[in-house]
Design a protein around this ligand. Sequence first.
Ligand code: HEC
Length: 152
Amino acid sequence: MQKFKKIVFWFLVGFAIIQFIPIDKANRPIDRRKNFIDVKKTPPKISELIKNACYDCHSDETVYPKYAYIAPFSWSVKSHVNEGREHLNFSVWETYNDDLKRSMLTKSIQTIENKVMPMPAYIIYHKEANLTDAERALLIKYLEEILKSKTY
Ligand code: HEC
């Protein structure tokens, strides 16, 4: 019992200490002339879907959930945001060349179709990102139209 108490004690001490290792939650300022939904003048209904389902990890407009304030969950959130932005950042869409834009549109369509994106773990705590099949179809259709019209 003594040993068990010690383990719990040190676990709590460790948990308390890691709270002092925060994550950087500051977002970079947004340039509307580069932001995907502004540049493409995306219809409001579609904008809402993209913002709800993708923008927390794929833009500089991340809204951090409550669990992002508690280590070690905060570290996991931040690493997803960093990695997501590295792959695709809708806030800087206009800085991409046509090849990259085409590739990102194609991959977005695939990942939405395969339900790889938005990340399944994220959906559990973000009901608004849990897109219905109809919403997925709507989003895919919109992205396909941009691809076809070559107005990336
Ligand atoms: C919770 C964070 C999160 C959300 C929400 C999210 N993504 Fe991602 N996304 C990631 C991460 C992390 C990666 C990189 C690792 C990987 O490919 O799994 C990624 C990768 C991608 C890639 C690049 C794949 C590649 O092969 O380069 C595309 C495209 C993408 N996501 C599209 C989307 C779209 C579209 C949405 C919204 C419908 C979305 N994501 C929502 C975190 C997220």
